[in-house]
Design a protein around this ligand. Structure first.
Ligand code: RP5
Length: 163
């Protein structure tokens, strides 16, 4: 019989200050009953940690990586260059440029190493969790059903009239 794989999403962020945004990924994954881990890994402040983290991700059974970073946000691209695990980048809203710097740094990867990029801030963090769930639902029926239920609930919550 085929052994059931436990799909794990790995959430990383460049700084503790990113957690106020990245906690929304955790929230979504919890609702959808997806296993996850959360770590601080900085491309420029902890480059050795980043290298070890990315290099070990395939052997550690990680299905999707969600990487949040702000400013000159090279973390998602650097991780993606070191693993074939799909990486979703969350642009953190920076103080000076409101996250436009983060967005462009993550989205504008030159060809060869892709990073799936979501919107700046909380919406992006939520969508990153949902996107990871969509990827995992290709291989896991339990997660697929949880995602379908979540979407049905969302549709039902939208009123037909504004008042
Ligand atoms: C990036 O620098 C982090 O992802 C964070 O968004 C930004 C600012 O970090 P802190 O100065 O708040 O630690 O590496």
């Amino acid at each position: 019989m085929k052994k059931k794989v436990n799909h794990i999403v790995s959430i990383v962020m460049g700084s503790k200050s990113d957690y106020s945004t990245m906690k929304f990924c955790e929230k979504v994954l919890k609702i959808l009953k997806i296993s996850y881990e959360t770590n601080i890994v900085s491309a420029h402040r902890t480059p050795d940690r980043m290298f070890k983290y990315a290099k070990s991700s395939e052997n550690r059974n990680i299905s999707v990586i969600i990487a949040g970073a702000g400013g000159s946000a090279h973390l998602p691209g650097m991780i993606a260059s070191l693993t074939r695990v799909p990486v979703i980048g969350v642009p953190i809203e920076s103080k000076k440029l409101k996250g436009l710097d983060s967005l462009l740094s993550i989205a504008q990867m030159p060809k060869g190493i892709p990073v799936g990029t979501v919107a700046i801030g909380k919406d992006g963090a939520i969508n990153a969790g949902l996107f990871a769930a969509s990827i995992i639902s290709n291989f896991d029926n339990k997660i697929k059903n949880n995602l379908i239920k979540w979407r049905t609930k969302q549709s039902k919550s939208v009123k037909k009239k504004p008042k």
